[in-house]
Design a protein around this ligand. Structure first.
Ligand SMILES: [Zn+2]
Length: 327
């Protein structure tokens, strides 16, 4: 066994990950389409829950989550789902609870699974808010976003031709406070996590924080966009340290607690450590993609897409840039 293999396996066992193949010639990874790899999951029904007074959370395990706040003056919505039809479905769900106008929509990050429902909300008269880097990302990655959603649309028989990028009307840089029907809503930007522009929304009355991009409860998040894994991990630790928050509402996965946020920071830390050790030991991109596995986190949603994430981290650490940078 070559010396670097010995160092690597020693380093990796410390990092908690496992090499699937230790003997024989290394084969190049099968060429996979890194985007068009959606697989339908079953067993977790989409569920709307009231998680605090007048604050609703739509847990959609198949696609992506949303939330909305109902007040006497109107409704505020966070993220509009993955297709205009899913945006209309969210509006129908809101209409079963209130007939007040949908005043505000916030897009937390520039991934189509969280903002492709915008046309439905624009048609309903809402004003859409996003961080300026989110808007820049929507513009820069418009083609990529559509391409990586096509398999999802096909599996649900949704028409891709209906998808249009409806840009936000209002942008902010660091903080925006809204008051609606006696409620206060704090919109915050604390720096990039999963993405530049990752926006957090704090509801003081509910001690709840919506964390769209950086926090995906019991999930593997896509690591192709982050400018810094250290920055992302630090952001999650900062969020988990917020002592005025009890409910952490993720962009994917069910409602989380503080420990769930820290658990994602742990996953990211272990994957980062494993990939860095593999690169330091001289493994190629294809060797890393094919062989690194993290069985401790194998039960998380999206584990079957681990090859995408390993390739993204290899790219980040060897070039200093995310695989898909934006803005
Ligand atoms: Zn997403």
């Amino acid at each position: 066994m070559r010396e670097w293999w010995r160092q690597l396996t020693a380093g990796l066992s410390l990092a908690g990950c496992i090499l699937g193949l230790l003997t024989g010639p290394l084969m190049a990874a099968e060429p996979t389409d890194r985007f068009d790899n959606f697989r339908m999951r079953e067993g977790v029904p989409t569920e709307l829950k009231m998680v605090a007074p007048d604050l609703y959370f739509l847990y959609d395990d198949l696609s992506s989550n949303s939330a909305f706040l109902v007040t006497d003056e109107g409704v505020l919505v966070i993220d509009t789902r993955q297709h205009p039809a899913h945006g209309r479905d969210l509006i129908e769900r809101i209409r079963k609870i209130t007939d007040k106008p949908i005043k505000w929509v916030i897009n937390t990050h520039a991934h189509g699974d969280h903002y492709y429902g915008n046309p439905a909300f624009k048609a309903a008269g809402a004003t859409i808010i996003a961080h300026r880097d989110v808007v820049a990302g929507m513009l820069k990655n418009e083609q990529l976003e559509l391409k990586r959603r096509l398999a999802f649309f096909k599996s649900l028989k949704l028409d891709p031709a209906e998808v249009k990028t409806v840009l936000p009307d209002v942008t902010f840089d660091s903080r925006l406070t809204l008051k609606l029907g006696g409620r206060v809503i704090e919109i915050l930007y604390l720096g990039p996590g999963q993405n530049p522009g990752d926006t957090l929304i704090y509801f003081p009355h509910a001690r709840a924080l919506y964390v769209g991009g950086p926090f995906a409860n019991s999930n593997w998040s896509n690591m192709s966009f982050t400018p810094s894994m250290d920055g992302w991990i630090a952001l999650l630790q900062r969020i988990a340290a917020m002592d005025d928050v009890d409910l952490f509402l993720p962009g994917h996965g069910d409602v989380g607690k503080r420990a769930d946020v820290l658990d994602e920071a742990k996953l990211l830390t272990e994957v980062q450590t494993g990939v860095k050790a593999a690169i330091a030991a001289g493994m190629s991109r294809d060797e890393i993609v094919k062989n690194l596995r993290f069985p401790e986190f194998a039960n998380r949603r999206n584990y079957d897409r681990i090859e995408v994430f390993l390739e993204a981290l290899y790219h980040l650490y060897t070039t200093g840039k995310p695989l898909f940078p934006y803005p």
